[in-house]
Write a protein that binds this ligand. Sequence first.
Ligand code: UGA
Length: 439
Amino acid sequence: MKLTVIGCGYLGATHAAAMAELGHQVLGLDIDPDKVTALSQGRALFYEPNLDPLLAKHTATGRLRFTASYPEAAAFADLHFIGVGTPQKPGEMAYDLTHLFAAVRQLAPRLRGPAVIVGKSTVPVGTAPQVIDILREFAPAGDQVEVCWNPEFLRESHAVEDTLHPDRIVMGFTSENTRAEKVLRQAYGKIIEAGTPTIVTDLATAELVKSAANAFLATKISFINAMAEVCETAGADVQLLAEALGHDIRIGRRGLRPGLGFGGGCLPKDIRGFMARAGELGVDQALTFLREVDAINNRRRERMVDLAFEQCDGVIKGKRITVWGAAFKPDTDDIRDSPALAVAQALHQRGATVTVFDPKAMDNARKAHPQLEYADHPAAAAQNTDLLLHLTEWPEFTSIDPGSLAARVAAPRVIDGRNTLDPVRWRAAGWTYRALGRP
Ligand code: UGA
């Protein structure tokens, strides 16, 4: 099939490469010329495992191309996936849908024949009808343009795997759709044939599935982090608690990792956008618990700063503090709403000299936080430090020998914000080991 992917960020670039891998002819569109240039050369402007090889493989054969031209995209195919970003509005909880509506407005006047528009961006429920309104107003093809919603559940750092082998496909259609379901099922043919559960819904349910999924994931993380708060005062161990809870298959162990909490470009924004939308719909009470989910998450960052104070005997000013990790989670260079950098910045503001190391996110961190210090190796970052904070759980950090590291530091004190360092090993090597939610 021939298809386009409009918006080539994490979602769109991965989707475009994956659709080429499934055998389709793909044209990716992005309004950022730098992105188009890099992607056309077979590389993304961000780090995502296994994505560059896939981009290189399919740009080399010509099956995957990129452009900044809407006329070219409209002429190329009559199946268009939209994966543009829907960030949080500055200073508000709601989504900023400017990019989405702009993309639809650009495409619409160029749709002269039957076409299927597939929304993949995360949106507040009720957005798809607004997209349909724009198309009805501006598309010459009128109601021959069908709109469906097909949310994306990929995780950064597993984006390629999640796109090619999703755990489910959700497709939302209107009752007027006649071609869209057939076309979308054909596009995902290989994935559906592999046995992937496919759930067909109306538009509103499809939009809501994504909001609900991210709200649930955020709630699960904040739940275990709330238990960590209780554990801290009760003298219990949240790590063992999580393990014990996780054996109940109704609860499950995944997404129940206690620590510094969630960040990134999705969960924080999506719970806030979901609450804002619920408010507009007059059902805000149904989601007030998400305010608490957000608050618990932010408290973890504050607690980490408090623990740092405690470990530095109440004086942070003038102390040297090492932060391991800048990305919001391992295997990405994405620093959006990174808990690690939020803590680093808070300690810097309180007068500490904070030195950061991250295996992949150094460039992004440097640009966003030039006031912090950076070192090019985890051990170099810890040279003469008064306190080591482990804030993003890259495997590089777990494999470091705490014994040889102890010889480099001013004081062997570590706080494990992700509960992945081995306390027995670190304590045996002479370190004072503290963690969130553990004695
Ligand atoms: C999240 C969802 O997991 C995806 O399903 C969804 O498609 C995506 O948002 C999106 O909306 O596009 P992502 O933001 O890539 O994906 O990251 P997650 O792997 O969910 O992790 C989010 C944050 O939660 C990270 O900061 C991570 O460190 C933290 N986390 C995760 C925990 O603190 N504990 C856990 O047990 C799991």
